[in-house]
Design a binder for this molecule. Structure first.
Ligand SMILES: [Zn+2]
Length: 694
C-alpha cells in the first residue's frame, strides 16, 4: 500500500453475517464458533469481513461495561476472537454497530424512545415493525451510543467500522425533539405534511441537520481514538423518502459510500453510479443478501443471480458485500460459502483492472431535497404515501439510457462545479432547488451545456416557497401560469416537427397520466409540442366522452415541449414528466430528444439487446480503456448474446490492441471514421474488454 492508499482501496470481496439474535432461549448462539466462522470466510474467498459488535436487539458481543452482553455467548469475547482469527488469515475487519435501532437501550430508558405523532413508540406499533425498538439521537441515547463506540475503539484493533441505521425510523415527537426544536426555532413541532409550508420544511431541515450532526459525532468519536479506522454509515437510505431525514452530506461522514439493497438490476446500477460520484473514496460498496431478501432465512438466490449482482457492482467500479444471517443457535450454512467462494474466485482475476475514470456522457441530477410527493400536502405525518416522483423519474431515465447503451452517471449537488464534463444534464422533475443549483445550471447552459428539464423543476425553493415563476424561466424559455386540473393530458407534436415523433400524430398524441405545467412561451417558434386535454376532467365521473379512457378533445397553445438555445448551449424543456413514463413510444421520444442534443455522438456505441449494460473506465496511466459488458436478463440464467458490435470514439488515439480480459484473448478491430469498432463474439453474464492505445 502506498502512503495515501487506504486499506479498502483494492478490496472488492466482502461479507457480513447478520446476528440480530435474541437471548431468551439459552440455545441461542450457544453453538457459535469463531474458528468455523472464519474458516467459512476463507471458503468464500472473502477479503473483508463485517463482524457484529452489537445488533438491533442491542446485546453486545464483547465484554462491555456500558451495556448488556448476549447471554448465549456466556461471557466470551467472541468479537475479539473473530477479529484475531480474521487478522491471522489476512482478512480485514469492519465492526458492525447498530445505531438508533437498539431494543435493549429502548427497554432500559423510556425517555430515549422515538415517539411518533400519535404518541406511540415503535414497539407499541402493529405487526412486525413492533419488533424493533428505536432510540432518538436527540435524547440521552446519544451519550450511551458514543460511550459504547469509545469502548469498542479503545479496546479492539480493526480496519473499519460500519454504523447501521443512521436515519430517522419515523418523525420523532419525543420531549427531547420538542425541546430542541423550540429552543432553536421558537416553534412547536408541526404534524401536517406540507411542502409549501415553510414551518413544515423548516422542521424537515432541522431533522436532517440533527441526523447529520449525530453521524458526525459518531464518526469523530472513532477518528479521535484511531484516525486510521475507516467509518461507513449505512447509506442505502440515500434514495429513501424524506421521512428518514438523510441528506447527501451524510456521505461526508463516511470514508466511502455503501448500503444494502433488495431491488433489481436497475436499482443496483443507479445506486452504484450515485455512490460513485458521491463517495469520499473509491471503491463504493454494494451490499445485498444471499437470500431472496432479509425476511427469508433459508432460500438462497440462484448462483446466476448472485453472479449478475456481483458483476453489476464490479462494472460500476464497486466492491460487493454479501449478507448472510446466522442461525439462532449460531451456525452457518457451508453451501452458501462454497457458492460465494466460487464466484469470488473468478472476481479475483478481474480486480487488477478495476480503476480509472468512469465514462459518463450524461448526468442525471438527483436531488436529496426532492424525496417527497407534493400530493401528500395536507396529510398527517403518519399518513405519508412515501411516494417519490422525482426518484421515479430519475430511475426511469437511467433505464432508458441503459437500454440504449448511452454512458451516464448520477450526479448531485456535490458535482455542481464539474457540470461541463457532461454532454447533457437531465433535471427530472426536481421538486426543490436552491440558488446555488439554479446559478450552476444557468451558467452550465450559457457556457455551452445541454439541459433537459421537466415538470416542477425550479418552481419551488428549498425553504418551501413556491416561486411566481420558474427560477430557470429564462433558461427554459417559458413562464409559469399554472397547472392543468386534468391528470390525464397529452403531448401533441406541432405539425412542423412531426417527423421526430415516430408514429405519433396530432390526432393521436402521447398520453401522460399526469398533469402538465401551463406556461407562456418566450418565443412561439421554440415550441415543438403543445398540451392537449381530454374532453372532460377525468376526476369528474358524471361527465365523460368515452367510458374507459379520456381521449384527447381540447387543443391548447400551452407548450408541452420547448426546444431552444440559451447562451452557447441548448435546452429541452418538458411540461410533464415524460421521462418517467414506462412505455416504449415515450422512451423512444425521450431518447430522441437527448440524442438531438448530442450531435457529436457518445463516447461509445453498442449494438446489443436492452438487457446488456455497458460501462467504461479510462485508465490514462495504463494507456487503456476497460469496458464492462453485463448481461442481466429478467429470467435467469441468461441466454447468451453473440456478436455484439462495440464502437469507441478514437479521440485521435492510435490503438494497439483489443483483448478480452483477464485471459488477454486478442480481438480484431477496425477504425472507421471517428470510431474504433470491435465485435464481442459471445457474452454470457459478464465480459471485460481492454482497449489499449499508444
Ligand atoms: Zn426525538
Amino acid at each position: 500500500m502506498s502512503s495515501n492508499e487506504k486499506w479498502f482501496s483494492r478490496d472488492y470481496r466482502r461479507n457480513l453475517v447478520d446476528m440480530h439474535i435474541e437471548d431468551w432461549d439459552e440455545k441461542f448462539l450457544s453453538q457459535f464458533d469463531p474458528k468455523r466462522y472464519v474458516e467459512l470466510l476463507k471458503v468464500a474467498n472473502v477479503t473483508t469481513a463485517m463482524i457484529y459488535a452489537n445488533s438491533h436487539v442491542g446485546y453486545c458481543y464483547w465484554p462491555t461495561k456500558i451495556g448488556h452482553m448476549h447471554r448465549g455467548i456466556k461471557g466470551r469475547d467472541i468479537l475479539g476472537e473473530v477479529i484475531e482469527l480474521c487478522h491471522k488469515e489476512g482478512i480485514n475487519v469492519v465492526i458492525y454497530y447498530s445505531l438508533i435501532y437498539n431494543n435493549w437501550a429502548c427497554e432500559k430508558e423510556p425517555s430515549w424512545r422515538i415517539v411518533f405523532a400519535d404518541g406511540k413508540t415503535s414497539r407499541e406499533t402493529q405487526a412486525r415493525s413492533g419488533r424493533y425498538g428505536v432510540c432518538c439521537p436527540n435524547s440521552g441515547y446519544r451519550e450511551f451510543a458514543l460511550a459504547q463506540i469509545e469502548e469498542l475503539c479503545s479496546n479492539y484493533n480493526f480496519e473499519g467500522i460500519f454504523f447501521d441505521m443512521t436515519f430517522w425510523p419515523g418523525v420523532c415527537y419525543c420531549n427531547s425533539c420538542q425541546e430542541r426544536f423550540f429552543k432553536e426555532t421558537g416553534r412547536e413541532l408541526p404534524k401536517v405534511i406540507n411542502w409549501e409550508d415553510t414551518d413544515w420544511v423548516k422542521f424537515q431541515r432541522k431533522r436532517e441537520e440533527w441526523l447529520l450532526e449525530f453521524a458526525h459525532l459518531a464518526t469523530n468519536k472513532v477518528k479521535s481514538i484511531n484516525p486510521n479506522v475507516s467509518v461507513e454509515h449505512q447509506f442505502s437510505t440515500c434514495v429513501a423518502d424524506w421521512g428518514l431525514g438523510v441528506t447527501s452530506e451524510i456521505s461526508e461522514a463516511s470514508d466511502y459510500c455503501g448500503g444494502d439493497f433488495y431491488g433489481g438490476l436497475l436499482q443496483e446500477s443507479f445506486i452504484c453510479k450515485l455512490y460513485y460520484n458521491l463517495t469520499n473514496n473509491q471503491p463504493l460498496e454494494f451490499m445485498t443478501s444471499r437470500c431472496i431478501n432479509l425476511r427469508d432465512h433459508t432460500t438462497t438466490k440462484s448462483k446466476e443471480l448472485l453472479k449478475a449482482q456481483v458483476y453489476s457492482a464490479l462494472s460500476n467500479g464497486g466492491a460487493f458485500l454479501f449478507i448472510d444471517a446466522i442461525d439462532p443457535i449460531g451456525t452457518l450454512n457451508r453451501k452458501v460459502y462454497e457458492t460465494m467462494g466460487n464466484i469470488y474466485n473468478t472476481v479475483r482475476t478481474y480486480e487488477e483492472y478495476i480503476n480509472g475514470e468512469f465514462c459518463q456522457d450524461i448526468g442525471i441530477y438527483f436531488s436529496f431535497e426532492s424525496k417527497f410527493d407534493p400530493k401528500d400536502n395536507g396529510r398527517n405525518v403518519l399518513e405519508s404515501t412515501h411516494k417519490q416522483p422525482h426518484l421515479d423519474s430519475a430511475l426511469s431515465v437511467a433505464k432508458s439510457l441503459i437500454s440504449n447503451h448511452i454512458p451516464f452517471g448520477i450526479i448531485t449537488k456535490k458535482n455542481l462545479s464539474e457540470l461541463l464534463k457532461y454532454k447533457v444534464i437531465i433535471l427530472p422533475n426536481i421538486l426543490m432547488m436552491d440558488e446555488e443549483e439554479v446559478t450552476a445550471f444557468r451558467e452550465y447552459v450559457a457556457s455551452g451545456g445541454k439541459l433537459y428539464a421537466s415538470y416542477y423543476t425550479s418552481l419551488f425553493d428549498k425553504n418551501g416557497n413556491k416561486r411566481e415563476d420558474f427560477m430557470l424561466a429564462d433558461v427554459f424559455g417559458v413562464s409559469y401560469t399554472g397547472e392543468t386540473q386534468e391528470d390525464v393530458t397529452y403531448i401533441t407534436p406541432c405539425r412542423e416537427v412531426l417527423e421526430g415523433f415516430g408514429d405519433v400524430s396530432s390526432q393521436y398524441p402521447f398520453t401522460l397520466f399526469s398533469s402538465q405545467i401551463k406556461t407562456n412561451p418566450l418565443k412561439k417558434e421554440e415550441v415543438i409540442a403543445t398540451i392537449s386535454l381530454p374532453y372532460t376532467d377525468p376526476s369528474d365521473p358524471t361527465m365523460f366522452a368515452s367510458i374507459h379512457s379520456d381521449p384527447p378533445g381540447i387543443s391548447t397553445e400551452y407548450p408541452a415541449i420547448v426546444r431552444r438555445r440559451f447562451g452557447k448551449g441548448e435546452v429541452v424543456w418538458v411540461a410533464g414528466p415524460l421521462e418517467g413514463v414506462d412505455f416504449d413510444p415515450h422512451r423512444e421520444l425521450f431518447i430522441k430528444l437527448i440524442k438531438s442534443l448530442v450531435r457529436e455522438g457518445f463516447s461509445f456505441e453498442v449494438d446489443a439487446p436492452k438487457s446488456v449494460e455497458v460501462t467504461m473506465f479510462h485508465q490514462e496511466e495504463a494507456g487503456r480503456y476497460i469496458v464492462n459488458f453485463l448481461n442481466f436478463q429478467h429470467e435467469l440464467p441468461n441466454i447468451p448474446i453473440f456478436n455484439i458490435r462495440f464502437r469507441i470514439k478514437t479521440r485521435d488515439k492510435i490503438f494497439s490492441k483489443v483483448v478480452i480480459l483477464p485471459e488477454e484473448v486478442p480481438l480484431n478491430f477496425e477504425v472507421r471514421g471517428d470510431y474504433l469498432e470491435v465485435e464481442v463474439p459471445k457474452l454470457d453474464t459478464y465480459l471485460m474488454l481492454g482497449i489499449y492505445y499508444r
